[in-house]
Write a protein that binds this ligand. Structure first.
Ligand SMILES: [Zn+2]
Length: 105
């Protein structure tokens, strides 16, 4: 059975974002409660549904992000990119080790 990282009722189109970050807050790694828009929809309505503009956050980090919009957008985007790159590197290493015959658990 596949693990689901999104909260109940999450729209289908949002689920890849939750999966990408394993349901964790991009800033502090606690369980996320919502998706935060890096560029607020009030400033760029067309970005509202863009996957790259949204990251999962916990309640505390969401409050921080909403009260520090410009600073939080830069920081959260930077952290999100680092987390995505790290997960890609880990996956590639696991694939390389598997090709060499190592069994990964
Ligand atoms: Zn957080």
């Amino acid at each position: 059975m596949a693990v689901e990282y999104w909260p109940e009722g999450t729209p289908e189109e949002d689920r890849p974002i939750w999966d990408l970050f394993l349901g964790r807050c991009v800033r502090c790694l606690r369980f996320a409660v919502c998706l935060h828009e890096l560029v607020p929809k009030s400033l760029a309505p067309k970005l509202k549904t863009t996957l790259s503009n949204r990251v999962p956050v916990c309640a505390e980090c969401h409050e921080w992000a909403q009260s520090n919009t410009a600073e939080s957008a830069r920081l959260l985007l930077s952290i999100a990119r680092q987390r995505i790159m790290s997960s890609l590197v880990i996956r590639r290493r696991a694939e390389a080790l598997a090709k060499l015959g190592f069994t990964l658990y």
